[in-house]
Design a protein around this ligand. Structure first.
Ligand code: AMP
Ligand code: ZN
Ligand code: FE
Ligand code: FE
Length: 278
C-alpha cells in the first residue's frame, strides 16, 4: 500500500529469511514509507536495514522483539526507537541469544533421543550467527527429510508441549520494560490475540507497557476494533505490522496488514510523552 507502514518485521538476524537489506528493498517495492526491523533478541540488523532504507527512501525504526513470561503466558514485547548502541540493551540481548543457543542444543538432544539424527552444528550453520530460534531447527528437520514442512516440525516436535519442546529462558516483564526504556525506547505488547485470553492484558499494562500492537496478520477486524478500544481505554499507543518472516517462513507478507502512516505518526508523537524518550 502507498504510504503504508509495517512495524513488525524479521530478518536473517533472527528467524527471518531475508537479509536486512532485502527487507528494506522489499519495503520500497511495496511502497511502504516506514518499517521497523524487530528481530527476536537482536538489533544487529538495524544499521544495515537503515543504510539500505536510506538508499531506497524507506525510514527504518530500530526495534527488537523480546520474550517474557507473565502468569504462565509466553508474551512478546516489541521495543521501538531503541538506541542500538546502548550497553544495557546489548548486554541483555547477548545473554538471551546465548540462552537461545543453549536451548537449541537441548532441543537437538531431545530430538536425538527420539532417534532423529540431526546435529547442533547443522542448526548453528542454519542460524549463521543469528539469534537461534525453533524455525532454524525446523528447517534442518525439513532439509534432512524428517518433516515435510516447518509447520509439521512444530506440530510434531517443536511446538509447545510437543516431544522436543524446550522452554526459552526469558526476561521478567519489569526487566523487559526497563531494558527498553533505558535504551530510549517504548515497550509495546505484540500480537495480543495470540495469548488466547485478553484477561492477561491489564496485568501487562500494569508492568509499564507503553503500547499495544493493534494491527497484526493474525488480527481479524473484530480484534483490531477490540484492541484499539483497549488502547484508548488504557492510554496506550497503537502499533501495527505484518510479523513477516520472509519467504518460506510462515504466511505473513510484508505490507499486507493495512497500517496507515498516521498510526506511525501517532506512535512517534506519543513516544515523546513516555519515559522512554527521557
Ligand atoms: P522461538 O523464538 O525459538 O520460540 O520460535 C518462535 C518462532 O517460531 C515464531 O516467532 C515464529 O516465527 C515461529 N513459529 C511458531 N509457530 C510456528 C509454526 N507452527 N510453524 C512455523 N513457524 C512457527
Ligand atoms: Zn519469529
Ligand atoms: Fe512474536
Ligand atoms: Fe515477530
Amino acid at each position: 500500500m502507498e504510504d503504508g507502514v509495517d512495524l513488525h518485521l524479521h530478518s536473517t538476524c533472527s528467524d527471518g529469511s531475508s537479509t536486512p537489506t532485502e527487507v528494506a528493498e522489499r519495503a520500497a517495492e511495496r511502497g511502504l514509507s516506514v518499517i521497523s526491523l524487530t528481530d527476536h533478541d537482536s538489533v544487529s540488523g538495524v544499521a544495515e536495514a537503515q543504510a539500505a532504507g536510506e538508499a531506497y527512501g524507506v525510514r527504518v525504526v530500530p526495534g527488537s522483539e523480546l520474550s517474557i513470561k507473565l502468569k504462565d503466558h509466553d508474551i512478546h514485547i516489541l521495543g521501538y526507537f531503541l538506541d542500538i548502541e546502548n550497553d544495557q540493551l546489548n548486554t541483555s540481548l547477548a545473554l538471551y541469544r546465548d540462552e537461545r543457543r543453549n536451548r537449541a542444543e537441548r532441543i537437538v538432544r531431545k530430538l536425538n533421543r527420539l532417534g532423529i539424527r540431526i546435529t547442533f552444528e547443522q542448526v548453528l550453520a542454519k542460524a549463521d550467527g543469528a539469534a537461534i530460534g525453533r524455525p532454524h531447527v525446523a528447517d534442518v528437520l525439513v532439509e534432512e527429510g524428517f518433516c515435510f514442512s516447518p509447520n509439521e516440525a512444530f506440530n510434531k516436535y517443536l511446538g509447545y508441549g510437543k516431544t522436543a519442546y524446550e522452554e526459552k529462558y526469558v526476561m521478567g516483564p519489569p526487566e523487559a520494560v526497563e531494558v527498553i526504556h533505558s535504551a530510549g525506547g517504548i515497550a509495546v505488547i505484540a500480537h495480543p490475540v495470540l495469548y488466547r485470553s485478553d484477561d492477561i492484558l491489564p496485568a501487562l499494562v500494569e508492568q509499564g507497557m507503553d503500547g499495544i500492537e493493534v494491527w497484526h496478520i493474525k488480527h481479524k477486524p473484530d480484534d483490531v476494533r477490540r484492541y484499539s478500544a483497549f488502547a484508548d481505554e488504557h492510554g496506550l499507543l497503537k502499533s501495527g505490522g505484518s510479523d513477516c518472516h520472509g519467504d518460506g517462513r510462515g504466511d505473513a507478507v510484508m505490507g499486507k496488514v493495512d497500517v496507515p502512516l498516521s498510526v506511525f505518526e501517532a506512535l512517534e508523537a506519543g513516544r515523546a510523552q513516555t519515559s522512554g524518550s527521557q
